[in-house]
Design a protein. Structure first.
Length: 67
């Protein structure tokens, strides 16, 4: 399974994060996460989950607060 898909699957196992429909991309182990969050804890949790996926080297979290 591709690394971005593994991270997306891990994030979607968290019901609070699954509803955000985050976009995950991978470039040589560097994971980028794009999407909209409703609270700061979602960004923290996203980073924690992504970092625990084997093969992830770095995370660029581009999540923005919903307006």
């Amino acid at each position: 399974m591709a690394l971005a898909k593994q991270v997306k699957t891990a994030l979607d196992q968290d019901p609070d994060l699954a509803k955000l429909n985050l976009l995950v991309t991978n470039k040589k182990g560097d994971i980028t996460i794009d999407g909209t969050m409703t609270d700061d804890q979602q960004m923290v949790r996203t980073g924690e989950i992504a970092q625990n996926v084997p093969g992830v080297k770095n995370i660029l979290n581009n999540m923005m607060m919903a307006k």
